[in-house]
Design a protein around this ligand. Sequence first.
Ligand SMILES: NC(=O)c1ccc[n+]([C@@H]2O[C@H](COP(=O)([O-])OP(=O)(O)OC[C@H]3O[C@@H](n4cnc5c(N)ncnc54)[C@H](O)[C@@H]3O)[C@@H](O)[C@H]2O)c1
Length: 289
Amino acid sequence: MAESKVGIVTGAASGMGKALATHFASQGWRLALWDVNVKVGEELAKELGPNTFFVQCDVSSYESQANAYLATWTKFGRIDALLANAGIVERSSIFIFKYRGNKVEDVPPAPNLACTDVDYKGVLYGVQLAIHFMRHNPGKPGGKIVVTASNAGIHPHSSYPEYNGAKAAVIQFIRGAADVLRIKENIYINCVCPGIVHTNIIPPEMVAAVSPESLTPLDTITQAYAGCLADGDTRSGVILECSGKQISDIEHERLTFKNGVPSTRSVTVWDPLFKQIHGEPSGLPTALP
Ligand SMILES: NC(=O)c1ccc[n+]([C@@H]2O[C@H](COP(=O)([O-])OP(=O)(O)OC[C@H]3O[C@@H](n4cnc5c(N)ncnc54)[C@H](O)[C@@H]3O)[C@@H](O)[C@H]2O)c1
């Protein structure tokens, strides 16, 4: 019998990460649960049984992720999927309202951009390391990656301007990287964009203020992930709006250029430049020589 699949769940100690870990453990996956919350993460790994283990990891640190990947590889000897789910909202206000009375020479302190570090840089670090480790998978190299972005990355809301930007960056990164990852690395990367989900990231009072049909059940998120991670699912670069009980592929809503071909050319790969940046040609059938 084939060995069960190995997945990494980041932000596994709470909310969607916990739901994903619980779901995929019940499906027989072997899982590495990564989180900064050691106590809760360890308890969850114990609860989910011997096929899961906890790794303390701060996804905003490349070194921390590299160590967590190595620990996961040492334990399981392969990595089939990265469920890059950890995320936070902003830790300081870019609007600096509280400094409005400052004298002009009294420049406000730099913002705390931990949200960008966790939500965007954490995804870039995770994907780069996934490429490295998935190249070594025994049998067929490659694997799958699903990232939790947010509806806020598509339809921004004013409470979280930094978060909107970080999640939009994640979505655009996935759109731009998916083809090359699929063609060159046999890695399929997709994106789940939740609406409002009742987890620890948002105050319970805000959840109470939302009408029930606007709340997204945790089950909708696990279903979206399960679809992308199912055997034989070959989608890549797909952006899934997961709101209420509906999972919608919104990739077809990608904006078209108003100026047609001249503007399209501005984002068509010219292989000499791709090679200059990345060291080899893109492999994309649409690339210009
Ligand atoms: N809840 C929502 O309404 C909602 C909506 C859209 C998107 N999201 C996104 O869903 C994902 C999961 O969030 P959630 O709602 O389950 O929140 P949550 O707060 O319940 O869980 C987030 C988990 O991530 C962990 N974490 C935070 N910083 C980390 C770091 N640097 N390294 C590793 N782990 C870290 C936390 O300890 C926690 O266990 C996030 O990416 C979030 O932005 C949430």
